[in-house]
Design a protein around this ligand. Structure first.
Ligand code: CP3
Length: 362
């Protein structure tokens, strides 16, 4: 088992994969067009998602595999996407540990009792909880979705990374500065290390279970726990994507870590992308169209997409937005984005290979 690749092992149980473009891009292999998926591709910009949300709460959708599967597949019915991402949220992990998190309309997630001081950890978090048990509903949703996809494209699993989750558990909601959580790092040094370490182990167990359930790639929102995950040899190797938003100062570290793919947010400049390409030719880059570019005319959008492909190149590249799609995104332009990435990259790759064929005939 240890020497089988992810593709081989999982194909024994699941329908054969018909589109493995994104897996090939992660390995830097030859592709006939650039693969594309969209962060938050299932969500509020789709009327069919809103219709389901009018009948079910956000976390009920996450916890009910049949509904979760339906919502995960909704964007694939509209767009020619090269990957599905399981519908869930990074905050299911603090919930699994015993913290109450609610999704408040028009505001976002709210913790009923955020951690204020280290003593709160004991009362708010149950350290005996097991990721394999508490988050079984996620694994069931992954297995069902992988079967229902019928091999159309790979399924991405994900988790928030330790620092991101610790920050939410302390702040109790999204924060611009993370000041309350950062204060912990400086005042409660040991307790902070301890909490991060605990979360790291829990997250690794969670990601391992997702792969066992059928996830074919993993995206981590921020870093820390990668090497241990890779050393779990009982699971097939699946490509690991890191998306660390606002980490422009840490791109060298991210590219030199054990990740297969580094996601870039939309603030990363063309110059930075060119430098990364030269320094790390074997790292696959993902991104990074400004989500607001989807408000542009299709004429302008095409120019931006062309520029993006020129800078990233077609090899070792996964097209995506530079952050999650906005709820008022123009659906026609989402389709145009996906189709245009495919069309332009296909033409570029075709033109690149023509001279080689002529040469080999001589
Ligand atoms: O990409 C996907 O389609 C998979 C689903 C997914 C969601 N959240 C669904 C969601 C993923 C990968 C996430 C990740 C996530 N969640 C992050 C990291 C990435 C990022 O966006 O920075 C964070 C920080 C969260 C926590 C979270 N969940 C926030 C801050 C919010 C409120 C902001 C918002 O967009 O409303 C959520 C809510 C949320 N998560 C929604 C969806 C579809 C909208 C809620 C709804 O339907 O009512």
């Amino acid at each position: 088992m240890s020497n089988s690749t992810g593709d081989e092992q999982l194909q024994k149980e699941f329908p054969p994969l018909k589109n493995n473009l994104i897996l090939r891009a992660c390995r830097g292999e030859k592709i006939e067009r650039v693969p594309i998926w969209i962060m938050r591709q299932a969500g509020r910009y789709l009327p069919e998602y809103l219709s389901i949300r009018s009948q079910h709460s956000f976390f009920d959708v996450c916890r009910t595999p049949s509904i979760c599967c339906e919502v995960t597949l909704q964007p694939l019915r509209r767009f020619d996407l090269d990957a599905a991402i399981i519908f869930s949220d990074i905050l299911v992990v603090p919930q699994a540990l015993g913290m109450q998190v609610d999704m408040i309309a028009k505001e976002g997630p709210r913790f009923a009792h955020p951690l204020n001081v280290p003593a709160d950890i004991k009362t708010s978090i149950d350290r005996n909880k097991k990721a394999s048990i508490e988050l079984k509903y996620v694994y069931d949703a992954i297995t069902l979705t992988r079967h229902t996809l019928d091999g159309r494209c790979p399924l991405i699993g994900f988790s928030g990374a330790p620092w991101t989750l610790m920050s939410y558990m302390i702040e109790g909601k999204g924060s611009e500065t993370h000041a309350k959580a950062k204060k912990w790092l400086y005042t409660y040094v040991e307790d902070s290390h301890d909490l991060l370490q605990f979360l790291t182990h829990f997250i690794i167990d969670y990601l391992v279970e997702q792969v066992c359930a059928g996830a074919q790639l993993l995206q981590l929102f921020e870093s820390h726990c990668v090497r241990d995950l890779l050393s779990r040899r009982q699971i097939p190797h699946v490509p690991l994507i890191i998306f660390a938003k606002d980490a422009h100062y840490a791109l060298d570290e991210l590219c030199s870590s054990s990740f297969d793919v580094v996601g870039l947010d939309w603030t990363i400049t063309r110059k930075q992308i060119r430098t990364l390409r030269e320094k790390y030719p074997n790292i696959t880059l993902q991104g990074n169209l400004d989500p607001c570019a989807l408000y542009a005319s299709q004429n302008d959008l095409e120019k931006m997409i062309k520029q993006m492909i020129e800078i990233f190149g077609t090899k070792n590249y996964i097209a995506n937005l530079g952050h999650g799609i906005y709820p008022d995104a123009n659906i026609d332009n989402v389709k145009y984005f996906v189709d245009t990435i495919h069309r332009i990259s296909k033409d570029i790759i075709k033109n690149e290979t023509i001279p080689k064929i002529i040469n080999s005939n001589k």
